[in-house]
Design a protein around this ligand. Structure first.
Ligand code: F6R
Length: 594
């Protein structure tokens, strides 16, 4: 997803902008560029990585500037389509993240008025609209231009020799970071953590005028006040910390993430009132929503809630819910999103609130759009997740779900106490998995040659099979699919054979016997077979080509250890295949378009 940055202060803008952009690379991009002004705007951009841009670009003098990493939506990745974009006279320069739905109409109109466009992008209409409306005041021209635009945007504008940056957002994240006689603007906090931890999040509809000495806000034509937040992520937390990839570092951070996330509640956690009331009167329904990995967490949450609360629960993909989903006003919705900026999730929340549902959000980013929209927000303590593939944020989401449901559970006190104990030991169980990384890496070496891999699981480990497949496909480009094991015979059997390995997640719960049946069926059809089995469970040893032993935990908590095992497996397969683990092609960390 595109990333944008801006700097205004007393130092040279160019090196600062390039550094900030390099910290936005994790969002995924295909081209990049910057513009610097010393009264006149100078632009340099190309379809290259930030490091390459840095090597090739000339030195631009100037202490204000803007930068962009582009993730192509309108027009191929190329120098001309890269941002910043300018007007006809090159007096104004704009970086944009988002999508302008009515850009074709605007482009036709502007062209008929004499404007010349050079790119295929939707974004280029913005500088031309600003040029059209500029009459000596950049902020006013931006405000007027944005009134013509339908769609989503986070933009930064500079130009006409004015010593200000204008930033604005609608449905795309943007943050202003405050320094000492200098200020920064960025799509995301990690971009600016080298310089400051004081941030202000823009609200939808905000237009901010940023100078070296201050920031002012307007919204809906009126002055607005926005409060400052302190980011408690360290620079070190946001960097690789000696690991070869962010993904590996983030996988290894999971014991800490579990402790931090549970540390908020385990000592004397309060039950969540909405959920408690619901479990007591049984009149409401629970709806869990998310996308991608967060949807898989929602699915695990469904199984946890059904067992602990004894309630029927729905889990839905936010992107599907937005067009076909129905919810009654008495529904409590639990939305999961690492970034808190996923457009599909934001749409779903708006839709749910329109019908009067209460919405709880579980997100990793305090101050994110979702956290500001939901009625109640729980922040996971995963810390910044840089690798595009979600790992530690998923585990943090699971921890919140376990605690959330447990705090309202309708189970015997003895069972409740057992579950608290399981949670207390979860971090060390994950450490045990991490300690077996060498063995998992060896198994990965065996699987790395295959181009199709299937994952099967049942019950609460069905979403784990989906997540295992998603991790593998996104970072290794191997075709991978997750199935509920019972569904194999309804179609996927046709695909099995020597070239199609199957990874089975075997758990010692009510599904154990029937999973063994599925495992035998797979074996009979000749697929290479790898089984994840709990310590002490040798029931599949004679059938499997390989077994990976995972720590024995209560089956309700088995998704935690199984998922970490599959994360490591995916990581090592991708590494062995020489894939760019942290920044897979065509993917973005924060999906802020529908
Ligand atoms: C997979 C992955 C994506 C995200 C999805 C939702 O590893 O990262 O599938 O889970 O784009 O993102 P969030 O959780 O930010 O809403």
């Amino acid at each position: 997803m595109c990333g944008i940055v801006g700097y205004i202060g007393e130092r040279q803008a160019q090196p600062i902008l390039l550094n900030c952009l390099s910290h936005l690379e994790y969002r995924g991009y295909d081209s990049c560029g910057i513009a610097v002004s010393d009264g006149a705007v100078k632009v340099y951009k190309d379809a290259v990585r930030v490091a390459e841009l840095k090597k090739t670009m000339p030195d631009f003098d100037g202490s204000l500037g803007i930068g962009h990493t582009r993730w192509a939506t309108h027009g191929e990745p190329s120098r001309v389509n890269a941002h910043p974009h300018g007007d006809c006279q090159n007096e104004v320069s704009v970086v944009h993240n988002g999508i302008i739905n009515n850009f074709l109409k605007l482009k036709q109109q502007l062209t008929s008025e004499g404007h010349t466009f050079v790119s295929e992008t939707d974004s280029e209409v913005i500088p031309h609209l600003i040029e059209k409306y500029y009459a000596g005041d950049l902020e006013k021209a931006v405000e007027r231009a944005l009134a013509d635009i339908e769609g989503s945007y986070a933009i930064i504008v500079m130009g006409y020799g004015e010593n200000t940056l204008i930033a604005a957002r609608k449905d795309s994240p943007l943050v202003i970071a405050l320094g000492d006689r200098e200020n920064y603007i960025a799509s995301d906090v990690p971009a600016v953590l080298d310089y400051t931890s004081r941030v202000i999040y823009l609200e939808d509809g905000d237009i901010a005028t940023v100078t070296a000495g201050g920031v002012s806000f307007r919204n809906g034509g009126k002055t607005a006040k926005r409060s400052e937040h302190k980011v408690d992520w360290s620079v070190e937390e946001a960097r690789k910390g000696g690991y070869e990839h962010y993904m590996l570092k983030e996988i290894h951070e999971q014991p800490r993430v579990i402790r931090d996330t549970l540390g908020d509640w385990l000592p004397n956690g309060e039950p969540f009132e909405d959920l408690k009331k619901m479990s007591e009167d049984g009149t409401r329904t629970l709806l869990m929503l998310g996308c991608g990995t967060s949807y898989h967490a929602a699915l695990v949450g469904k199984y946890i809630a059904q067992e602990m609360l004894g309630l029927p629960v729905r889990a839905e993909l936010a992107s599907e819910f937005n067009y076909h989903g129905r919810a009654l006003p008495e529904t409590l919705a639990v939305t999961l999103t690492q970034s808190g900026e996923t457009a599909d999730v934001l749409m779903a929340i708006k839709r749910l609130k329109d019908v009067g549902c209460r919405v709880m959000a579980i997100t990793n980013v305090n101050g994110s759009s979702v956290s500001r929209l939901a009625d109640h927000t729980i922040i996971t303590r995963a810390g910044p997740e840089i690798s595009v593939a979600a790992t530690k944020s998923f585990l943090a989401q699971l921890m919140v779900l376990y605690w959330l449901m447990m705090s309202c559970a309708r189970v015997e006190p003895k069972r409740q106490a057992e579950m608290v104990l399981q949670l207390r030991h979860m971090a060390s169980r994950v450490t045990q998995v991490l300690d077996s990384e060498a063995e998992i890496a060896e198994r990965a070496g065996y699987l790395a040659k295959y181009n199709d891999v299937f994952f099967i699981g049942r019950g609460i480990n069905y979403p784990v099979a989906l997540e295992g497949a998603l991790k593998l496909k996104e970072i290794s480009y191997v075709h991978a699919e997750g199935f509920a094991a019972g569904e194999l015979k309804h179609g996927p059997f046709a695909l099995l054979g020597r070239e199609k390995p199957v990874i089975a997640v075997l758990t010692q719960d009510a599904t154990h016997q029937t999973m063994l049946t599925s495992i035998r069926e797979v074996k009979a059809r000749g697929s290479p077979l790898m089984v994840l089995a709990s310590e002490g469970d040798d029931s599949a040893d004679s059938l499997a080509d390989f077994t990976i032993t995972v720590p024995r935990v209560d089956p309700l908590f088995s998704p935690v250890v199984n998922t970490v095992t599959l994360q490591l497996l995916a990581y090592h397969i991708a590494r062995k295949r020489g894939c760019p683990v942290d920044f897979p092609k065509n993917l973005a960390k924060s999906v802020t378009v529908e």
